[in-house]
Design a binder for this molecule. Sequence first.
Ligand code: B12
Ligand code: SF4
Length: 596
Amino acid sequence: MLNKSNLPLGSVDIVTTPNNLGRPLQIVDNPKVLLVRPPQLFYFGVWPKGPRLGLPIGLLSIATFLKNMGIDAEIYDCFVEGDTFVGDRFNPNNSIFSGNLVKQWIRNFEDSGVTPEDIKNKNEMLHFGASWNQFQKDLKRLQPDIVGLTNLFRENTNETIKAADLIREVLPEAVIIVGGPNASALPDYILDESPAVDIIGLGDGERIMLEIVEWVQGKRSLSTIESTVYRDSNKNVRTPKRELLTDLDELGHIDYGLLKIERYFTYERNGIMARNKLSYDGSERSVSLVTSRGCPYKCSFCSIHIHAGRKYRRYSVEHVLDHLENLTKNHEVRHIHFEDDNLTLDRNRFMELMHGILDRRLKFTWDTPNGTFANALDEEMMLLIKKTGCTYLIVAPESGDQWVIDNVIGKQPLTLENVMRIFKLAKKIGVDMQAFYIIGFPRETLKQINTTLKFAMNALKKYDVLPHVAMARADPGTDLFAEAQMNGHLVTDVTVSNTGGVHSDMFTRHLIKNKEFDPESLAKINEAFHRTAIRISSFKTLKRLLRHPSLALSSMFYFINNFRKSETIRDNIIKLFFCRLFYLNSLSRITEFEKK
Ligand code: B12
Ligand code: SF4
């Protein structure tokens, strides 16, 4: 494990003046670090309604690492701060959030007279998390010397900038650094938009933050900290790229004591969750984790390489198993979302992991909401996937047209033949399967889009594979963005931040057009596709329930139990289908999962 004595520090200079901040740097012997996830505006939108919330695992990894290095580090996650909670319990007396959280979320829109139609047209969104006032009050109380802000999504660029500006108001001397996937993609934009931000950290944040601490301690100069961008004489300077850490075990074991973990489970119990997933009694104790970082593939739309690199870097299997053991035994976690970009890339490692889960008798259910690579899967793997408690596996062919896969997306060496083989296998073995598809690339024709939709429908009809069709999203830093911008395929000219153009849940608001389609026409095609897909899935479910009356009965109990937790019968029914009935295989094994 990395510790202070064996850390490769590079050349350690004494701090130089001027120090690039535009103000004197306060040298502090034991600086206090506060790692912050800002509040976020969320769209009311598609189901699950309201905010998406998971543990801030990037900040958790950084805080754990700093703590192991003897540094005073704390996490302030605005999503679970404020007066929404009394201790770790939901605060029933809170005038803003009384009653069920999702209900309240919806009511906030209704109270302000915003209808779903308005939202579609006007891009209405709602603040989620500690109020800005509360945030500033807490910052004054906590008095950190260094504040690290995380910015994962392009959607919350504005909130990140606002957070930095408000931090600066109450902490004029603090060093403010922003990191995360979006900050790594838009460092200049963020620095230019917010004079409050001092530094952008690119990629992995653990060692960058340690070195920032050393800089504040007066032990090195800013220019020696690799993979950062900062202002120097009115221009932005980028330090050399640091070598990626390949053995992730060196970052140490995640310390969940750094989070108010029960609050996340409380949210999930109330319907505010990160991911759709199989729902059963207790499954709200779910946690996202990554066992690896980076992906060697080069899909044109994907931004992973910008912050995580193309090298597949991993924790050892032993490390992951210890992690899972800690979560299940010490925090009673029942469900894991493996968020790896490519959990199955290294077959041997994956098989070891599966065997390890069985050998250690670790009891939890799991899924892969971020997708796996179809080429890597085989029957032996699939059997273990089922045995270890997988509730759904996602593969991401991205397109149902091989030419598009090869020439537009560049997801090689993926073949649709292999994808169909895996779908068939999953059905035979009894693993619930879902698939990600993308439509609307600049060089795509309507004919190719139809081929994809046909492929997806065929997979659903024949092999019960639930389709998720998204419209192409051009993120800055990706090949897709460069191509769309260069050839005039972007609908708006908001080229860099796009913060006003798209929001996560607004699949109908996308930016790419070509001679054959624009975002509106494509959205209609997509909506029609999903309506049919839902009808077919519902029909399959009803058939299964008719064949298994005991499942119908238990689902009815689930529905009644959950009724209080949702706003309307309609929402309840949607939840019943999306979180339970569409998982045909898992549904048959639901009692097994409940006992786990
Ligand atoms: C889990 C996940 C989610 C979860 C988040 C759960 C949660 N924790 O809250 C959910 C389901 C909510 C989600 C939703 C979406 N996601 Co998502 N998601 C991911 C995923 C798969 C993993 C993120 C993660 O936890 N990684 C592991 C941790 C360890 O890494 P990390 O957070 O990046 O942190 C490290 C560094 O970035 C850095 N760092 C992070 N913060 C800081 C701060 C400082 C100060 C420093 C120095 C460094 C630093 O150091 C950390 C440790 O090394 C990533 C893909 C990926 N591999 O990154 C996509 C990703 C972040 N998501 C993405 C997208 C597009 C979305 C959606 C818009 C999808 C959609 N259309 O709905 C929505 C947005 C939701 C919203 N809030 O508006 C994109 C973002 C691209 C972009 N630039 O905007 C990514 C990169 C995927 C991709 N291939 O494009 N997502
Ligand atoms: S395989 Fe997945 S993570 Fe890797 S580049 Fe393609 S989309 Fe991104």
